[in-house]
Write a protein that binds this ligand. Structure first.
Ligand code: ADP
Ligand code: MG
Length: 431
């Protein structure tokens, strides 16, 4: 049996059968005493009848030495006992009229003794109950069994329904979501384990819908970012054709826009590869002081052109576990951002400490509500996107993914108007 429904019904069916058998067995135990009393009463009645017939009636011939008729009853017929067994028996039962149970020669017997004018009759029978003794009770026993079975069946059916219905709902909602209905949710009733399955399912569906929405928004942003430079390139190309613009000027603009496209595509590829964990990331000891110095060398020209001072500070023991090249890529990205955000005359400091590099600037900083989402794709870019000449809007997202790929993370601290401090944190020792 493969399905849960089938297995459940199998188990419940077994439980019903078992409880029915148990009901009948218990009822039989309870009835047994009664059946034995009944057997004794019957024996007494037979003994009475035999006395009335004078122990004769053609049925009983042989008797004990004192003239008592002693007979064994089986299947409603009387069989006289052999003389020596009859003596044995008479030694074990009281005189006069008596009824009861006695053990003779290892046999458990019921007896009934009755005296009349014609003499005494003693009837015995096996104390074991035979099928005939049960017959009067069969209907009651069957009724008890059927009643037990009915109760067990109803309870089992209710239980099966209670178990299977919520699961069926979750299965239905799962199919609906797989078929593309992102709004499918499960109605949750109660507060048990099955309700918690439903709630977890709904939470998962919400999560799925949110991430689908995020993907859609991302795709829209990417399309927008691709369209803007392409529109500019097309415009300048047409202007050259019309002779409306000097080729040198158009060439410079087209080159700059192509740069933007190139950067965007490069960041997109980086993100996609980081997402797939397809990026080769080393876990080696990295000299963060050296990384900071290389980032400064790279950006020195840009800093001079923008009129921003660029400094490196290295604390003792400024090392971490990570990938040299990827760390430089992340820090360079942060330095580039900081230089562009900082007005001329400001200062950018690259601060290397054990396990972290912080890039601090004296630029405009960020609003508090932006801090939790600063590393989300296109988030800051969309909000403060004025300095668009070089940005792709994905730089900070790439920084965070790089840091995480190295087992670390990226964080930001800032106050509006007081500059920003972006930090790449890495492990200080191999784990
Ligand atoms: N240090 C900073 N100070 C103020 N604003 C910043 C800083 N770093 C980044 N930003 C803002 O965040 C935006 C997104 O940065 P980023 O993700 O690197 O994309 P890009 O640099 O390609 O525009 C920037 O355009 C800028 O407006
Ligand atoms: Mg950037």
């Amino acid at each position: 049996v493969r399905t849960l429904r089938g297995r459940l019904f199998l188990y419940l069916g077994a439980a019903v059968l078992l409880s029915t058998v148990l009901t009948i067995a218990v009822a039989a135990l309870l009835v047994r005493g009664h059946a034995r009393d009944q057997a004794q009463t019957n024996l007494d009645r037979q003994a009475g009848a035999a006395v009335a017939l004078g122990g004769r009636g053609g049925q009983v011939r042989r008797t004990a030495a004192d003239g008592t008729v002693v007979a064994f009853v089986r299947g409603g017929r009387l069989r006289p006992l052999r003389a020596e067994r009859a003596e044995d028996l008479l030694g074990d039962i009281p005189g006069g009229d008596a009824s009861g149970r006695v053990e003779v020669g290892g046999r458990d017997l019921l007896y009934a003794a009755r005296s009349g004018p014609e003499g005494r009759v003693v009837l015995v029978r096996s104390a074991k109950l035979a099928a005939a003794d049960w017959r009067p009770f069969v209907v009651s026993l069957l009724l008890a069994g059927l009643g037990g079975a009915a109760v067990a069946l109803v309870l089992s059916a209710l239980l099966a329904r209670r178990l299977l219905r919520p699961l069926g709902r979750v299965a239905g909602a799962t199919r609906a979501i797989a078929a593309g209905d992102g709004d499918a949710r499960v109605d949750v009733e109660g507060d048990d384990e099955l309700a918690s399955v439903g709630r977890s399912f709904n939470a998962m569906a919400d999560q799925l819908a949110a991430s689908r929405e995020a993907e859609r928004a991302f795709l829209l942003s990417v399309s927008h970012e691709l369209k803007t430079p392409l529109t500019a390139i097309r415009g300048y190309a047409e202007a050259i054709g019309d002779g409306a613009v000097a080729p040198q000027e158009a060439g410079a603009v087209i080159g700059a826009e192509a740069d933007r496209l190139e950067r965007l595509v490069r960041d997109l590829l980086d993100l996609a590869r980081l997402d797939q964990h397809a990026f080769a990331v080393a876990h080696e000891r990295v000299d963060l002081g050296a990384v900071a110095e290389r980032a400064r060398e790279r950006a020195a020209g840009q800093a001079a052109a923008l009129g921003v001072a660029l400094e490196v500070r290295v604390a003792p023991g400024a090392t971490a576990v990570g990938d040299d090249g990827r760390t430089l890529q992340a820090v360079s990205n942060l330095v580039d951002n900081a230089l562009r955000a900082t007005p001329a005359g400001g200062r950018v400091v690259v601060d290397a400490k054990p396990g972290r590099i912080t890039v601090r600037d004296t630029g405009p900083g960020l609003d508090p509500e932006d801090l939790p989402r600063a590393f989300d794709r296109f988030h800051l870019h969309a909000k403060y996107g004025a300095d668009r000449q070089v940005g792709s809007g994905l730089g900070l997202a790439v920084v965070r993914e790089l840091a995480r790929a190295m087992g670390g993370d990226a964080t930001v601290a800032s106050r509006r108007g007081e500059g920003a401090a972006f930090t790449v944190r890495l492990a200080t020792r191999n784990t």
